[in-house]
Design a protein around this ligand. Structure first.
Ligand SMILES: [Fe+2]
Ligand SMILES: [Fe+2]
Length: 282
C-alpha cells in the first residue's frame, strides 16, 4: 500500500479504534461535575473486566492504601473522579495496547508496559513541576503511542526500510515513519484522541510527543510526555525502534526546570514502577 493510500485509509475514522461503550459512558460521568458516585459505580459495574482492572490497580502499591479496596464504590470514594478516570481508561485500553506489535518489533505486553510506566512517570513529573492536572499527564502517557496499534498492520516489511533510513540519514524515527508510510504513529495517535473527545492539550501531547518539529514550542503537557517517554526508552522499556534517534530534548527539560538531581529521582521512581509492574503481573 502506498503512503497516499494509507493516509486516505486512516482518514476514515472507522479505521481508528473505538473506545469501549462502557468506558465512554464512565468517562462522560467523570467529566460531569454534577454526577454522583452511585451513578459512576453503576456504569462501571456493567463491565466486569473493567471492574477487575480498576480494583487490581487501586489495590497496587501505586496508590498505597493500607486497607483493601474491595468495591468500585470504595475505589471511587478513596480515589476521586480524576483518578478513577485514569483507571477506567487504563483498564479499557489494555486489551488493545497489550497485543504484540510485530510491525514495531514489540512482543506481547511490551507496549502495555511501556505505556503504563510512561503514564506513571508522566504523573510523577507533572507533580514535581506543579502541573495543575497530573491525571491528564497519566492519560497522555498511557495513550501517547496508541497510533502504533493502528499503523502496526500496515508497517509490515516497511519496518526494516524505516530502520535503514534512520541509520543512513540520521533522522528521528517519526520522520522516517512519516516519509515511508506517509504518516507517523504520533499523528495517528492524535486522531484517535480526537475521536475519543480527549481535551486538546492531551491530543497535542500525543501528536507531538517526539518533538520532531523544532520550530514548535511545546506545551507543558507535551514536554512532560516527551521527557517521560524518553526516560522509559533510555531505560529500554518497550524500545521497539522508537528509541532510535530519540534523545531527551534539552528544550523540554529546561522548560520543565528539571535539574540533574530531579531527573535522577525520577529515574529511581521508574525502577519502583517496574518492580510494581512485575508484581501486578497485569
Ligand atoms: Fe512514540
Ligand atoms: Fe513511547
Amino acid at each position: 500500500m502506498s503512503p497516499i493510500d494509507l493516509k486516505a485509509l486512516i482518514d476514515k475514522t472507522e479505521a481508528l479504534p473505538a473506545l469501549p461503550g462502557v468506558a465512554a459512558q464512565a468517562l462522560a460521568i467523570c467529566n460531569n461535575p454534577r454526577a454522583t458516585n452511585v451513578e459512576l459505580a453503576g456504569v462501571i459495574s456493567m463491565d466486569q473486566s473493567l471492574v477487575a482492572g480498576i480494583l487490581r490497580l487501586a489495590n497496587s502499591a501505586y496508590y498505597g492504601f493500607s486497607r483493601k479496596v474491595s468495591t468500585v464504590h470504595d475505589a471511587i470514594v478513596l480515589l476521586g473522579f480524576h483518578n478513577i478516570r485514569s483507571l477506567v481508561l487504563a483498564s479499557s485500553v489494555k486489551s488493545q495496547i497489550d497485543k504484540p506489535l510485530q510491525g514495531y518489533s514489540l512482543a506481547k505486553g511490551e507496549m502495555w508496559k511501556h505505556s503504563l510506566i510512561c503514564a506513571m512517570t508522566a504523573r510523577d513529573i507533572a507533580k514535581r513541576v506543579k502541573f495543575p492536572a497530573p491525571e491528564e499527564a497519566f492519560v497522555a502517557g498511557l495513550l501517547h503511542d496508541i497510533g502504533k496499534v493502528v499503523l502496526n498492520i500496515h508497517v509490515g516489511n516497511l519496518y526494516q526500510e524505516i530502520l535503514d533510513k534512520i541509520t543512513t540519514e540520521k533522522i528521528p524515527f517519526t520522520v522516517a515513519e512519516d516519509e515511508i508510510l506517509g504518516i507517523s504513529h504520533a499523528e495517528i495517535g492524535a486522531r484517535v484522541g480526537e475521536k475519543w473527545n480527549l481535551p486538546k492539550d492531551l491530543v497535542d501531547a500525543i501528536g507531538n510527543h517526539h518533538l520532531t518539529d523544532e520550530k514548535l514550542t511545546p506545551q507543558m503537557l507535551t514536554a512532560i510526555i516527551h521527557v517521560a517517554d524518553a526516560i522509559c526508552l533510555m531505560l529500554g522499556i518497550g524500545l521497539g525502534g522508537d528509541g532510535l534517534m530519540y534523545p531527551l530534548d534539552e528544550k523540554a527539560v529546561k522548560m520543565l526546570g528539571l535539574d540533574d538531581k530531579t531527573i535522577e529521582e525520577i529515574l529511581l521512581g521508574v525502577t519502583d514502577y517496574l518492580q510494581e509492574h512485575e508484581k501486578l503481573n497485569w
